[in-house]
Each structure stands twice: as C-alpha cells, then as structure tokens.
Design a protein around this ligand. Structure first.
Ligand code: GDP
Ligand code: MG
Length: 762
C-alpha cells in the first residue's frame, strides 16, 4: 500500500482531515501543538486504499523543535509516496512558507487548500488553477470539516504519487541561488539523496545539516566571506526566509483576491479578542467562565434560586419505595439542581434500584456473599459511576471552550504572564491537556525545546486535576455539603481545580528560579479564528471519555473493589470477619499502621481514618479507586460503628453517612481535613499509567526526584490546608515562611544572574 503523509502548519486542520479521510477519531483541538507523535490510518476514498500518516504541525523544516525534526526525518528517511501539504487558506502566505521548503525535496507533493468554507464565506477568491501552475504541483480546494472535495484530493494525490518529481526551489533567482546550485552539485557527487533540499538547508547554515556534512560547511563560509560587505553577508537564515517570503508575495499570493481590502479594519474576532485577552480583565473573565461551567455541572442551587422551591413534585413516591432515589431529581429544599446534578441523580436512582434488587435477590445467600456483592462490588463501582454524568458534562464544556478557540486565548493571556517569570506559554498547552489525562499531556511536553523546562512541566502536569480525580472532588465536596451545611459543591470543586493550577504554577516558577534554570524558547502562537464548536468532534470526545470510563469501571475498579472487600473482611490467618470485626482485618491493620503519617493532614486523626488512608493507596492504581474504595468500605464501617453503639446517620448515601457519623464522633474531621484529603489525592503520586509515562519521558534520576517532589508537595500543601483551616492564626506562620522562601529564591536568582552577566563580560 502507498504511504501518504499529511504535512502542514499547526492548526491548519491536519487532524480533522486525517479523521475525515480515515474515519478515525483522533483528538482535534483548536490550537497549535495538539498532535505530537505521528499517527497512521487507512483511507479508501480514492481509486486505491492508501496509508495516511498524520505528522506533527510545523512552521518550517528547520530543526528547532522536536516536531520539526520528526516531520523532516519522516519525509527524508521514510520517503512517502506523496506529501499532502495542507494549507490554512485563510492564512495563505504564511502557510506557503512551509510549502516552499517541502517542494525542495524529491517527493511528489499535492497542495490541499483547506478551510475553503471560511474563505468563501469571507468572500475571498483563490485561483487554484494558476496557483497550481505557478507552484508546479496539483492544488485542490477542500474543507476538511465539511468533507468537501476529499475524493478529488485523494484521486489527484494517487495520480501524483505515480510520477516522480524533482525538487524545485524558489531561491534559484535569489542572491544565494549560485551557492545553492554549487552545493547541490556537491551533495549529488556525494551520493546524498534530495541534494537540493540539503543544499538549501546548508545554505541556511542549519544546525543539523552542518553537523551531518561538516566537509561542505566551508563552501558556505567562503561564500559568506566573499559577500561580507553586501547586505546578505551575515544573517543567512533571516536572508533566506526573507527571500522565500518575497517570492511567495510576488508570485503565489497574487492568486488570492481578498474581499476586504484593508487589513487594518478589525474583524469581529479581533474585537472579541480585545475583551477576552485584555491585560487586566482576561484572567477574571476566565475565572468567571470557569465558575459558570462548574455551576452548571455541580450546583444543587442553580442560579441561587434556592428557597423559592419548597414543594416536591415527587412527593407521591413513598419513602420506602425502590423509586425513592428519584425524589430529589430536579430540586430539593436547597434549590434547583444543575443539569450535571440532575443527570447524576438520574443515574444514582437507577443504581440504587439495582442495588436494592440485588440485595433482595441475595437475601437467602450467606452473609459474606451478599456483603461482597452488594456492599463491596456494587457499592464501590456505583459510587464512581454516579459521577460519570458530571464528568461528561464538564468535559463537554471544556471541549466547547477548546474547540471554539477560547482555550488558545487563555494560553495566550497566561503566556504574557508566564514570560515575566521566564516560563514559556509552550509549557501551558500540555498543562491544560492534563485536565483530560496526564498521560497524553506528558507526551505532549516533547514540544518544549528546553529540557529543564520540559522536566519541570512534566512534574506539575498531575496537579491539573484529571477526569479520574473528579469523583474524589465531587464526592468529598458532597460530603462537606451534607455534613457541614456548606451547600456550594460547585465552589468547592472549582476551588480545588484552581488550587491545583496555582500549586503547579508556583512550583514551576520556584524550580525555574533555582536549580532548574534555563532559557525558555520563544513561543510564537497565533490565535486560531473563533468558530462554533463542531457537534461531531465534541460528541466524539465525550463518547470516548464515557467508553474509557465504563471500561475502566468494569476492569481495574471492579478488580480493586473485590480485593479491597476481601482484605477488609479477612484476618491475617484468613478467617472471615463480619462487618463488626472489620477492625481486625488485614486492610485495617495496614491502614492503622500508616494512619499516624496522616495525622497532620487531619483525616488520619479519627479512629476510622484508616479508611481514608487505604483509599489513597488504591488510588495509585487508578484515581477512580479512591471513591470506589470509600464506597466499598462505607457500609461495612457504618455497621462496625453501629455495633459499637455509635449513633450512625442514615440518609441512604453510604459515603455521606460515613462522613457524617465520623464527624459526630471526632471533632478533628472538619471541612479542612476533608479538603486536605482532596488536595492530597490531587497532588500526590498520580495513577500507575501516568507514573509509567513519566518514567518513560524522564531519566532515572529525574524520575525519582519527581516522585519525591510529588510526595513532598502533596504533604506540605495538604497539611497547610488542614492546619490553617483548623487553627486560622497559624496562617501567619505560613505566610511568614512563604515570604522567607520567596526572599531566598529572589536573592539566589539575583546572585545567579549577576554571576552570569560577569561571566558573559569576561
Ligand atoms: P491540526 O492542528 O492541524 O491537526 O488542526 P485540527 O485538525 O486540530 O483543526 C484545528 C481547528 O480547525 C479545529 O477547530 C477544526 O474544527 C478546524 N477546522 C479544520 N478544518 C476545517 C475546515 O475545513 N473548515 C473550518 N471552518 N474549520 C476547520
Ligand atoms: Mg492535530
């Protein structure tokens, strides 16, 4: 089968085209840098089936970033049968810059003018025939999104792949034309393939090229010496880039007629950006949008209309019916439920019925069987599944933000802020991806050129709370609401998300100012145009999440709940223990052993605090396990408490009841302790998959430092939350300590900078 490669600038629509051509569901994002590794799929739209390779987005073929190296090496070494060069036609001139470089290789090329739907809507016209004549390669107008003209693109590409094509350069007539001709002859005589491409790169004094062919570098140096007085004596790279652009403007771009004559008149998008990326208002606006999202996902008091509603339309359902779980579906005495909570309640209603029915069916079975199935497995899995709707609603909102182009604006605002601290906005893209899952986010850090900055970024990615951690936030926030009457689950969850971000940014800054100094590469990001989010790509994303989650629930989480139930109901000499004797179980003794470590974090103080401790440990396998474990152990722990004569609460939700009862028996279990529990899980060593990815991305030494870093940060931040939350006046001590640290770091930074300047002068 033939291999076709998709090459193009970041954000030109490569992944969208790849998905349309191959029917695959790769992640599409409206910002640069979403694809890092190359991906392969089969397309059978044209006369014959071909392999399609989606290369990372690049602006040029000079090796500044790892993506540029990947794409360049792929085209040179793997020799695809045809390169489909995708162009964002709304930005023709800039996109053709890469085209002029691809055309220098001896490979069949076809140019796909993408986003034609937008161009046509703007009233602009491109003469594809004459552009094709000027370029000397086929040109096809397409819309990857609307799937227009894709068959024609594939037919022409297959046709082009059948002919050989020799490289061609726009630099022929330029001042370096002669040099390139001489270098081409030299490369040919060395037997190098693609001599023209290598000649052009060497003429730019491209680093990779100079390293690979040191014997030819002198030719360029000689040329430079002879021409040292003329305007192109020194900065070769800039000169050559300039020549390329001049050629593009005068020979290619003339085939595009713009409807809007004056580029200086701001477009609608420009006007929106003036507000959304405002220096002062940008971040507050982002926080407000974030709040609205969390409000719609988690609030049980939508629009704060609580109090207006005190009758319940489901009053006709008797309290002891199996349908009772649906009574609070739409609203409770707190107020109206947000869509996320409604969906969650709906799912919880059904899982409650299922548990009740399973309990009834097993009423004749031995006690341990019904305990294992109903309390253990169902209690654990349903505790997590109940949060699936809220996870999906949140991801739906996030993907809308991303797809519309807003997230790229957030990266832009933060880039301005970051740069003051010597951090590039590049680092921010993988961080935001961490909200989805740390694994692809850590892989995405390969786009960061500075190695130290990359390591620092990998370390803080888990602080961006991923989807699997969401049930912890929501479940515990729900407990805080129930047990302490603070009915703003949306505020608590959002606060925890923001806490994660703040801890991440602060730790990166501290690292970059102290032992991980380095220069951040300049980050040029151009803002993608706003457009309405695509129902298809958002739906796919949500569907993918749901599938992934359910699969995990019935594999990893199921297995863990079974193991947890067994070790909590068997003693070391392997005899079955009913709930009342659970404190003699294997799990309890292990939990008790480690519990003292968590006393400074609050949740380790209570007699039953070991339940939280073992939940943290199971979370290392998958973060959903934290809530699953609490769910598995909740009913049994309540039974154990009741057998000791403790007055247990019985609202129907085992986890809430557990927390409420624990609160009644231990004054240490205050909201601060529960927040510390969330924070600890959020910031500590992430799940197994993320740890393995980090190991793959880092050297052994850096990896172990990273693990220690995670343990230390989570411990320090969580204990600070508990201590300050319980004894407010300790805040002064913490503030003083932080001020001292900042001062030390600042002085260290200044001393280092002075030294660097001195060394540079010497
Ligand atoms: P990549 O970075 O090159 O892989 O670009 P993506 O495939 O992620 O697309 C970037 C953005 O452009 C996404 O929001 C797409 O929905 C959008 N997009 C891609 N192709 C088209 C198109 O033909 N027309 C329009 N209007 N938008 C498109
Ligand atoms: Mg992509």
């Amino acid at each position: 089968m033939k291999n076709f490669a998709l090459a193009g600038n970041p954000n030109c629509g490569k992944t969208t085209l790849f998905n349309s051509l191959t029917g695959s569901t790769a992640h599409v994002g409206n910002w640069p840098g979403v694809t890092v590794d190359k991906r392969v799929g089969v397309c059978s739209l044209g006369k014959e089936a071909v392999n399609i390779v989606d290369l990372p987005g690049i602006y040029s073929l000079s090796p500044y970033t790892p993506e540029e190296v990947i794409s360049r090496n792929y085209i040179i070494d793997e020799k695809p049968d045809c390169v489909i060069d995708i162009i964002d036609s709304t930005n023709l001139e800039r996109n053709l810059y890469l085209t002029t470089q691809i055309m220098e290789m001896n490979v069949p090329v076809i140019v796909a003018l993408n986003m034609m739907d937008v161009v046509e809507k703007n009233g602009d016209v491109i003469d594809e025939l004459r552009l094709s004549q000027a370029l000397g390669v086929p040109v096809v107008k397409i819309s990857a999104l609307k799937q227009d003209n894709l068959k024609r693109l594939m037919d022409l590409a297959i046709e082009a792949a059948e002919k050989k094509r020799n490289g061609k350069t726009v630099l022929e007539e330029s001042p370096v034309g002669h040099l390139i001709k001489d270098l081409t002859i030299a490369f040919s005589s060395l037997g190098v393939s693609d001599p023209l491409f290598h000649a052009c790169k060497l003429a730019e004094l491209d680093e990779l090229e100079c390293a690979n062919h040191p014997q030819l570098v002198n030719m360029v140096k000689e040329f430079q010496k002879v021409n040292v007085d003329s305007k192109f004596g020194q900065d070769y790279e800039a000169l050559i880039a300039d020549e390329r652009y001049k050629y593009i403007t005068s020979k290619y771009a003339i085939f595009m007629k713009k409807a809007r004559k004056d580029d200086r008149v701001p477009t609608k998008s420009d006007k929106i950006d003036k507000v959304l990326t405002h220096v002062v208002f940008g971040i507050p606006i982002f926080l407000c949008i974030l709040f609205v999202i969390f409000h719609f996902t988690f609030s049980e008091n939508l629009f704060f209309l609580g109090g207006l509603f005190n009758s319940d339309c489901f009053d006709f359902i008797p309290d002891d019916s199996i349908w009772a779980g649906f009574k609070g579906l739409f609203y409770t005495e707190n107020g109206i439920n947000s869509p996320g909570v409604m969906l969650s309640n709906l799912v919880n209603g059904f899982t409650n019925i299922f548990s009740t029915l399973a309990g009834n069916a097993l009423s004749g079975a031995p006690e341990w069987v019904s305990g294992l199935i109903v309390d253990g497995v169902l209690g654990g899995i349903f505790a997590v599944i109940g949060f699936l709707p809220q996870i999906l609603v949140l991801f739906l909102f996030f993907s809308i933000l991303e797809d519309s182009g807003y997230m790229a604006r957030v990266a832009f605002i933060l880039d301005k802020l970051f740069r003051k601290f010597g951090l590039s906005g590049r680092a921010f893209l993988p961080m935001i991806m961490g909200f989805g899952c740390s694994v692809p986010a850590m892989i995405n850090t390969r786009t960061i050129a500075d190695e130290k900055e990359r390591i620092a970024t990998i370390r803080v990615i888990p602080f961006f709370s991923c989807g699997a951690k969401l049930p912890i936030l929501t479940a515990i926030a729900g407990c805080i609401a129930m047990a302490f009457g603070f009915n703003n689950v949306d505020l608590i969850t959002m606060g925890m998300y923001v806490l994660g971000m703040v801890v991440a940014i602060v730790s990166v800054l501290l690292m970059r100012k102290t032992f991980m100094r380095g220069h951040s590469s300049p980050f040029i990001m151009e803002l993608p145009t706003y457009h309405l989010p695509q129902a298809k790509s958002t739906a796919l994303l949500v569907w993918d999440k749901a599938k992934h989650f359910v699969k995990k629930a019935f594999t990893v989480i199921l297995a863990s709940t079974i193991v947890i139930w067994f070790v909590s109901h068997f003693s070391w000499n392997w005899t079955y223990l009913p709930d009342e004797q659970m404190s003699e179980s294997i799990l309890s003794s292990i939990g008790q052993l480690f519990k003292p470590l968590f006393v400074p974090l609050g949740f380790g103080i209570s007699e039953y605090g070991w339940v939280f401790v073992v939940a943290i440990v199971t979370g290392l396998i998958a973060k959903e396990n934290v809530v699953a474990t609490l769910g598995t152990l909740a009913a049994s722990t309540l039974a154990l408490m009741a057998s000791k004569g403790i007055d247990v609460s019985a609202t129907g939700d085992a986890l809430n009841d557990l927390v409420m009862t624990m609160r009644a028996t231990s004054s240490s279990l205050n909201p601060a302790a529960l927040l510390a529990f969330i924070a600890y899980n959020m910031l500590t060593v992430p799940c197994f998959a993320a740890v393995a990815t980090a190991r793959g991305e880092l050297t052994k030494k850096d990896f172990w430092i990273t693990v220690i870093f995670w343990l230390a940060v989570s411990y320090v931040v969580s204990s600070a939350i508990y201590v300050i939350g319980s004894f407010w006046w300790t805040a002064f001590i913490y503030v003083a300590a932080i001020a001292l640290i900042i001062l030390c770091v600042h002085l260290y930074d200044k001393a280092k900078k002075n030294k660097e300047i001195k060394e540079a002068n010497a």
